[in-house]
Design a binder for this molecule. Sequence first.
Ligand code: HEC
Length: 154
Amino acid sequence: MQRTLLVPGAILLASFGIAYAVPNSAQEKPESSEPKMTPEDAARKNPVPPTPEGLAEVRKLFGYNCAMCHGKNGDGKGDLAADMKLELRDWREASSIEKMTDGELFWIVSNGKGKMPGEGGRTTEKVRWNFVNLVRAFAKKGAGDKPKADSPAS
Ligand code: HEC
């Protein structure tokens, strides 16, 4: 009886370990060796259309790897952001990143910027484009929250 409970418990612990390993590496990133974004990078078009499935997949990853800074709903008020005294944009305001291209957002997600760690080494391009789709989706009303009253009930 007891033993069957141990295995899921161990998996849970292991995944928490991974999630909490991220912030430390973020703080130790040397700022001087940063790669530079080229105009070609910024002009890249998003080849991955936003779909409910794609968004659901990265929303989970966002919870583990991004929300501690950017906030669960993209408001920029994560605990780690507060600890590090980061001033983050509130993505729920469409104007916060409307001047940035998808290519720029993708580049930042991939390579990091300033205090932000890049995801390039551990995620596929598709996942990173979906992060861009998710970040954009926060600006659409209620996208980061549970479905609103006007969406069809289950
Ligand atoms: C350690 C805190 C931290 C974590 C974790 C983090 N970010 Fe960021 N992020 C930042 C900071 C700080 C900036 C602003 C960088 C700048 O402009 O100098 C930023 C900027 C961005 C931008 C560019 C748009 C903007 O608001 O400036 C995107 C897109 C982004 N982050 C996505 C993500 C995604 C997706 C993840 C998770 C995979 C993530 N971030 C994880 C701190 C973080």
